[in-house]
Ligand binder design. Structure first.
Ligand SMILES: O=P(O)(O)OC[C@H]1O[C@H](O)[C@H](O)[C@@H](O)[C@@H]1O
Length: 549
């Protein structure tokens, strides 16, 4: 059913009127006026805690935002996704990453097929394989156990497994070193190959389509390198594939016995829960991988049944929408105060920006409001010493999601309190800021004269009133990491529903791929690069000239 333009809905218009004043509210005053603000604007789900009280919202704002969620059909569309309806309209596909984490005793029939049974059959294969590699029963061609695993994939076939392996570092198998090669830039592969021994290395070629140019070239390079040290017959002990494309896997020379399938209803950026997570299962073991799935399932169940007022993904999405729409925030910064979540901002970039980086509705007309903000970030406290300056005093307001674990997974004394102190202090500073009068008083107390003090006041003033969310968990465990990722998946889904975009295609990546193929022919062949604009022609000519030096 075609949705009306969002600006034409009654709830959006009610929000617009409310925002006239509300967007100027001072959070300092909101906190001072209501001692219950923290308990009112916080929520628990699946082991996670979300504090969204440091946003320019109150209970009325949240109520109006939830009216909008209802009017846009978030609940019905959520149910359609969970039921396996083909909500990815431009590709005529269901969207069922949630089915990848359904327990074995559930059933979900899509196109006459029980997908839960299919999922668990592949999970069994992953369990068996990962157990054998981890125990040392799976041997390389010279009879030695595997010591290094190289995941070759890009986008969703890289960011998920890489981020999760890093995040669950403290659960990793001591013998297995994980490597990830994604870039077509040979330096990426080169840096890994120089560290590994062909006799003890397992390559996972991970690609949903098994046609992605970067992955295919990297896989061929790995294969040629391997065959310089071993025989064709040895390949089966060192190369496995993860894909939906059995024919292409066979054509590459990987025995389908060593292939871990998944399905077209799993989007690349939602695929870490599928066999794309094989690297994770190898690193942390199948038991923890299962716990990771269970944590995501707990968040799924919360998202599916919790009333919108207590629904964490919905609240996170709606507050994000408020900031984007009414405060004009065009970017969102992710600040994990956990070094093991180092790759989480990069993971969220693909999840959010590839899903909702769209400008037309499902019906093909322009969305009449701004859509997905730019998502970016870095771990705290490092980020504080790099770009937090701009977040505190720059001319744009950038909301921040702080993410932290209350307890560390290391036992080094003295670090964790300092980390958390910084995390909480930053959200406090973004909210309260520091007024000119406060700066003035400080400077005078330090003994500065009036002229000198006045000259410094504007530079040392913090506007404050800058929004942030804080997401806390007990420890970064497999289930809580699963819940965290699922939280953001569903947040992305809800925002896609508001904007009425298809969050599950990514046509925007295609044009560059086609043009790169053309230019590649020109760089490597005799074709004169004169079909382009003068800039592109000029760059191609420079590259060709340099290669002939
Ligand atoms: O897994 P693959 O089929 O190799 O795709 C890898 C990636 O490349 C594509 O260009 C898409 O933009 C991503 O959504 C996808 O995750």
């Amino acid at each position: 059913m075609r949705q009306p333009a969002i600006t034409a809905t009654a709830s959006f218009q009610a929000l617009e009127s409310h925002a006239v004043d509300a967007k100027h509210w001072q959070m300092r005053q909101l906190f001072a006026a209501d001692p219950q603000r923290f308990p009112k604007l916080t929520v628990d789900a699946a082991g996670l805690f979300l504090d969204y009280s440091k946003n320019r919202v109150d209970a009325t704002t949240v109520g109006l935002l939830l009216d909008l969620a209802r009017e846009r059909g978030v609940e019905a569309q959520r149910d359609a996704m969970f039921a396996g309806e083909k909500i990815n309209l431009t590709e005529h596909r269901a969207v069922l990453h949630t089915a990848l984490r359904l327990p074995r005793d559930k059933a979900l029939v899509v196109d006459g097929q029980d997908v839960v049974a299919d999922v668990h059959a592949v999970l069994e294969h992953m369990r068996d394989f990962s157990d054998r590699v981890r125990s040392g029963a799976w041997l390389g061609h010279s009879g030695k156990p595997i010591t290094d695993v190289v995941n070759i994939g890009i986008g969703g076939s890289d960011l998920g497994p890489k981020m999760v392996c890093l995040a669950l570092r403290s659960y990793a198998h001591p013998r297995l070193k994980m490597h990830f090669v994604s870039n077509v830039d040979g330096h990426d592969m080169d840096a890994v190959l120089e560290q590994v021994d062909p006799a003890t290395t397992l390559f996972i070629v991970a690609s949903k389509t098994f046609v992605t140019a970067e992955t295919m070239l990297n896989a061929q390079t790995a294969r040629s390198w391997f065959l310089r040290h071993a025989k064709e017959d040895d390949l089966a002990r060192h190369f496995v594939a993860v894909s939906t494309n059995t024919e292409a896997v066979k054509a590459f020379g990987i025995d389908p016995v060593n292939m871990f399938p998944f399905w077209d209803w799993v989007g690349g950026r939602y695929s870490v829960w599928s066999s794309i997570g094989l690297a994770v299962a190898l690193s942390v073991g199948f038991g923890y991988f299962n716990d990771f799935l269970a944590g995501a399932h707990a968040m799924d169940e919360h998202f599916r049944v919790a009333p919108l007022e207590q629904n964490m993904p919905v609240l996170l999405a709606m507050v994000g929408f408020w900031n984007r729409q009414f405060l004009g925030c065009s970017s969102l910064s992710i600040a994990p105060y956990h070094q093991d979540l180092n790759r989480f901002p990069a993971y969220l970039q693909q999840l959010d920006m590839e899903s909702n980086g769209k400008r037309v509705t499902k019906g093909g007309v322009p969305v009449d409001v701004p859509t997905c903000p730019v998502v970016w970030g870095e771990c705290g406290t490092n980020a504080q010493h790099a770009y937090f300056q701009l977040l505190h005093q720059g001319s744009d307001v950038t909301p921040i999601d702080f993410i932290a674990a209350l307890r560390p997974t290391h036992d080094l004394p003295g670090h964790h309190d300092s980390l958390l102190a910084n995390c909480f202090a930053q959200s406090e500073a973004f909210m309260t800021g520091k007024t000119g009068d406060e700066v003035r008083a400080d400077l005078r107390a330090q003994g500065l004269g009036e002229v000198e003090a006045e000259a410094l006041v504007p530079h040392k003033t913090f506007p404050g009133n800058r929004p942030s969310n804080t997401i806390l968990m007990d420890q970064l465990t497999p289930p809580l990491l699963g819940a965290l990722i699922a939280l953001y998946e569903h947040k992305t889904f809800v925002q896609g529903v508001l904007w009425d975009v298809n969050s599950f295609d990514q046509w925007g990546v295609e044009l560059g791929k086609v043009l790169a193929k053309n230019i590649h022919h020109e760089l490597t062949g005799e074709i004169a690069p004169e079909r382009h604009d003068s800039s592109t022609n000029g760059l191609i000519i420079m590259a060709k000239a340099a290669q002939h030096i």
